[in-house]
Design a binder for this molecule. Structure first.
Ligand SMILES: [Zn+2]
Length: 586
């Protein structure tokens, strides 16, 4: 088959620019390398690259453009992500009206031209640009207009705001649809946006306060456009649709900048999209705003000022541990302290703090990173999660050698942290010496303050907790526009704090089980989590149903953890007589 290059070579001979011998030499050279014969001609300095490009343009019947002769608008980089420009060997030189002139090293690549047309949403007119100058131009343009990551935050926010405004007013339906999906997610206070295709429909769901809510999605035929638009925003490879991809982008809505993580996974119906809307440092406030009872707030504000020792926060995934830990870090974050973190992933960027991301591919594990961090003279170390022996051992050593260590563990209650540390190889004396306290927590839905109405809980619920209707200001959300008719908006924590009292320490030494440690802590004044929840229901912050739901889940988990035959842990005098139907949040 005669390729385009053969026409170029023939034209070079015909015009008397290259001899037949020179062409043969180039062909031989090309056969031994991954270059084409015409490229080999210039590699061997038999014909200069510019002359070849001119002939190529002639043969292809596309105009030849030397970008050095024109004032190319570098802002055109925002029309095309860098990875795509590089993989297609193309750069938008000018946009006049609704026609974009694209410099390409091979304008005969029709697939590339088609893709460019669908990405830019305007008509494209390819022109031939010599490969070398095209690469130089592309490199310079993207370096000079580098995205928000390299800029200072203020400028980035301004840029993002400007581009966002331009897009919202854009006529392009795909762009408008993505903006609307993002804006709605931010308005709802969603943590994640799911856009999933099946054979017939595009499903749009938002995770709000821990539960997925179904919304009407765009038509299925918008799917590939939406995915492409999101890939452009996250600077991902548009041509890659068969492999999972992750990326980041920033979206501004009503003056609020939200950092987002995009994850794409190919399914048999197309790429499934999940966008995580990351909380911002601005959203982190104080312990009282999280819903800490006053006595916990006072204690915690005090204990995090300890010069060394370890503070653990426990709870299952989605129980708000990270937010509590960031609240502590934000309070500690002053210029006279060196705070270093190792996280998987870094969820909230904090000014001043040195945050390190776990990256197992390059050997940056929790333990490995922690060892390096300790050589950086930190005052406070935040270890995202302790889940292996090595991390547990180094964390405890750090706590014993003059560092304040904050971390989290996966246990159901505060007392459970102690046998867990033991399982991770931490000896009892080290636990007693290092551990300052353990906070355990769960999240319950907060009744919407805009539609809260007095409500008497069902008798069965009141009986379960030994309560009378007059024991509190019980309310229920009737549903309104502000809470999307859910009756609840946001969540509030239920907390318990286990302190290392002399009684607790003795049991740590004796390798006592969690049940005994819990009992000793209660004797020494610990109020259990469900108690805090009950208090919040009585104050009208949440409902007894919510507390009961979460307590029921915990009771079941405890029963599952107890050894076979062993009696279930005595939760409380007001423990549920009959377990409520188990309803785990989606
Ligand atoms: Zn409401």
């Amino acid at each position: 088959m005669v390729g385009h290059d053969d026409f170029v070579l023939a034209a070079l001979i015909e015009e008397g620019i290259a001899s037949k011998e020179a062409i043969d030499q180039a062909r031989k050279h090309a056969a031994q390398s991954d270059r084409s014969p015409s490229e080999a001609l210039s590699d061997l300095k038999l014909v200069d690259a510019r002359t070849i490009a001119l002939v190529r343009a002639q043969v292809a019947e596309y105009p030849f453009v030397d970008p050095a002769q024109f004032d190319v608008n570098f802002n055109n980089t925002k029309l095309l992500p860098r990875a795509t420009a590089e993989s297609l060997h193309a750069f938008p030189l000018f946009v006049v009206g609704d026609i974009a002139t694209i410099g390409m090293s091979n304008p005969l690549d029709l697939k590339a031209v088609d893709l460019l047309r669908s990405l830019l949403k305007i008509d494209v007119e390819p022109v031939l640009v010599e490969n070398g100058p095209l690469q130089t131009l592309t490199g310079r343009a993207y370096a000079l207009t580098a995205g928000p990551r390299q800029d200072n935050a203020q400028r980035a926010a301004e840029q993002a705001a400007a581009s966002d405004e331009a897009l919202t007013t854009g006529k392009e339906p795909v762009v408008a649809a993505v903006n609307q999906i993002m804006a709605q997610g931010i308005d709802l206070g969603a943590s994640d946006i799911h856009i999933g295709p099946d054979e017939r429909d595009l499903h749009l769901r938002y995770r709000v306060d821990g539960s997925l809510q179904v919304f009407k999605g765009p038509a299925i035929d918008m799917h590939s456009g939406l995915v492409q638009r999101l890939k452009v925003m996250a600077d991902l490879d548009l041509t890659q649709t068969r492999r999972p991809q992750v990326g980041k982008f920033r979206f501004v809505h009503n003056g609020r900048t939200v950092d987002d993580r995009l994850s794409l996974i190919p399914t048999d119906c197309g790429e499934n999209v999940v966008i995580r809307l990351l909380a911002s440092a601005a959203g982190i406030r104080g312990f009282a705003e999280l819903g800490f009872p006053p006595e916990h707030t006072a204690y915690f504000e005090d204990v995090i000022e300890s010069p060394y020792g370890m503070i653990l926060v426990t709870g299952p995934t989605g129980s708000g541990k990270t937010t509590t830990l960031y609240t502590a870090l934000k309070r500690l974050n002053t210029p006279d302290r060196n705070i270093m973190t190792i996280e998987d992933p870094v969820e909230i960027r904090m000014p001043l703090m040195r945050q390190v991301q776990v990256n197992t591919e390059i050997g940056m594990t929790f333990a490995g990173a922690l060892r390096s961090i300790l050589r950086q003279d930190p005052d406070v170390v935040f270890v995202g999660e302790i889940r292996d022996e090595e991390t547990a051992r180094i964390s405890v050593q750090a706590a014993l050698t003059g560092h304040l260590v904050l971390s989290s563990l996966h246990t159901n209650d505060a007392a459970g942290a102690i046998p867990r540390l033991r399982d991770l190889g931490v000896p009892p004396f080290a636990t007693n010496a290092a551990l300052l306290c353990v906070l355990a927590q769960r999240l319950v839905k907060r009744v919407c303050p805009d539609c809260a109405q007095p409500h008497t809980p069902e008798k069965i619920l009141l009986d379960k907790f030994n309560l009378r209707p007059e024991d509190g200001r019980f309310v229920r959300g009737a549903g309104c526009a502000r809470c999307a008719n859910q009756g609840s908006r946001g969540r509030v924590g239920m907390y318990e704090v286990l302190r290392l009292t002399p009684g607790v320490r003795r049991l740590v030494e004796k390798l006592a089980p969690a049940v005994d440690i819990r009992r000793a802590a209660i004797e020494d004044g610990m109020k259990e989590m469900w108690n805090d929840g009950l208090q919040k229901a009585r104050l009208g912050l949440t409902t007894l149903e919510e507390v009961s739901r979460v307590v029921a889940i915990q009771a079941t988990e405890d029963a599952q953890q107890a050894a076979p035959g062993a009696p279930a842990a005595p939760a409380a005098p007001a423990a549920p007589a009959a377990p409520a139907p188990l309803k785990v949040a989606a």
